[in-house]
Design a protein around this ligand. Sequence first.
Ligand code: BGC
Length: 728
Amino acid sequence: MKNITNAEWIKSPKLSQECEICYSKQFSAQKPVKKASLEITSLGVYVARINGSRIGDQVMTPGWTAYQKRLFVETYDVTENIKENNTISVGVAPGWKGRYFTGNERMASYFLGIRETALIAALTIEYADGTEDVIYTDKTWTTELGKNIYSDLYNGYVYDPAFVDDEPMKAVVFPHKKDVLIDRDGEKIKEQERLAVKEIIFTPKGETVLDFGQNLTGYVEFKIKGKKGEKAVISHAEVLDAEGNFYRDNLRSAKAQAAFVCDGEEHIHKAEHTFFGFRYIKLENWSDEVKAENFTAIVVHSDMKRTGHFECSSEMLNKLYSNIIWGQKGNYLDIPTDCPQRDERLGWTGDAQVFIKAAAYNYDVETFFEKWLADLRAEQRPWGTIPHVIPDLFDCDENSSAAWADAATVCPWQIYMSYGNKAIIEKSLESMKNYIEYIEESSRDGIWCKSWHFGDWLNLDASDVGKCDIGTNKDLIATAYYIYSSNILIKAMELCGEDATEQKAKREASIAAFRRVFMENGRIKPEYATQTAATLAVHFGISDNVAETAKQLNELVTECGHLKTGFVGTPYLLHALTDNGYTETAYSLILREEYPSWLFSVRMGATTIWEHWDSLRADGTMWSTDMNSFNHYAYGAVADWMYGDMAGINVDETNPAYKHIVFRPVTDSRIDWVKASVETRCGLVASEWKTENGKTTYIFTVPEGSTATVILPGINQEIAAGEYNFTV
Ligand code: BGC
């Protein structure tokens, strides 16, 4: 940042809560320009233009951060845009800032004291003769209502190309924080892919629906002429109902519409200030002939590099994997969200932490999480609690939920594991300690029992389907998570050269308490015995007899024949089984196609991961409309088992970032071959295997400078860089 802090915050004298405000200023550059740069940010989301040309290729700027503490400034090189006489115009719409969730007191700080949108910018022009002009936002700027005459993150927008505000007014300068302004440190948000219409459908209700064949996040670019004055409307939906009609009840209050007021001229148009989660669009008031080529879906997400690939002999599993990838694309739009479509789209900590390991195989998410974790630390309360969603807009000062707030430990640790980023651990250490201290204060005799928790969210143990959080005992989950997070804190402290003796003693006390309260003879006590309980005791290394607890887990699964786990147990269920020799059970779970299972959704035609095991049921009915997303990546965490166990590509905790790799694939007779690779900081790591005539051939690729351990039946071998074949 150079000059922006000398600019003034400006807003419109008109109310700007649900529309776009366009700020503009004319200026001239009379001498040859050497360089021109625009520093800019807004309260709300902006699109800047100079002489009509859109600046930069980012969308939804300045993204979503803990606005009251961190607001990103973008600096654009605009040298090529400057002429002798110029107009800069910036459209600002409410975006993420404009949501009024609860009306509670904290919202005042969320909105930074004002409910309208606002702008701050500085355009610096350096001339060839060494002089400089700076155009600052100030009261000389003009403000008028923009052509997005309505704009809302969830509801969508109404765009009227003919709209002209006949009462433009001078901007109002207002005193406002500038110490929140910082250079952007996250990934850019960009348009990434374009999808064509797969099918034009005329539904039984007579609706005109276009199917893009893929549930995605973004918006539609469309060509339209229409009849002058006619308001053409595009509505967005993820699924059709059992009768094949357009269905959007699961979006709750989000109207998710793009409306265009026709002026009789032909236009090519797309959204500028929001996004939608959809596969289908419905056209209303569309007087143009409906041609597929006039509509393109544009996929929008953070600009992460794809690093991981996975393929195997099962087409169903390949589709599941593709659905997981699309889940990540759809929900990594500046922050890791729960879902991208309904009136939520929030940075739910629990969802983020269960999926991060899979995410870090699929894509390079280092920068993405550095940014989100800075927001997490900014939002953490002084007494250690972590809000349920980051950026925060709920009032949960006094409480943190196990498995949600643990994003504070799990996410930095995973970024260190995948990318060797020690700085993230150093930056997060205090935050981890504060959080762990909060848990200890909320515990009695080693059991974390004094907080409210989401529990094993959406599990199938609960007999009452209306209750998402009952099932596995919450103190059990919380204490297990305390032990897990405590382990991470201990490793983080030691990595930073600190003495963790005291923390180890507390962890040991809690492990002893867990065993005393919840276990007997190496098994989870019958009254607490669920798949999730046993999974946690095994996977987090809490049980004093892991083999016995794993045996119990295997019984719990095989007796009922399917999984019953929710958000907490599901990510570790297959690991807990495979790590203890129950590979066949793990494969049976992942290959199962009947409800409940991962492949059930694939069989039902899913193109992303569902929020519930039965978001859509075999009989065509759906989970209740109050919470039914078809693009919710949490259960997609299973991808880390696909890479780590099926393909066997693992980071060695003691030498992370794939400097030392552990290849430990597990095969199953129902799968003929697996092939996976990860582009790591050390280079390409790859693993594949193929079974033919009772023999399995494995090929491992170790990048230059890395080493690996190969663990196969009867083999435990160290290898250096190169490609290696084993036949077993
Ligand atoms: C979200 C979840 C989230 C949960 C909290 C839901 O509304 O969509 O994914 O973790 O609330 O339990």
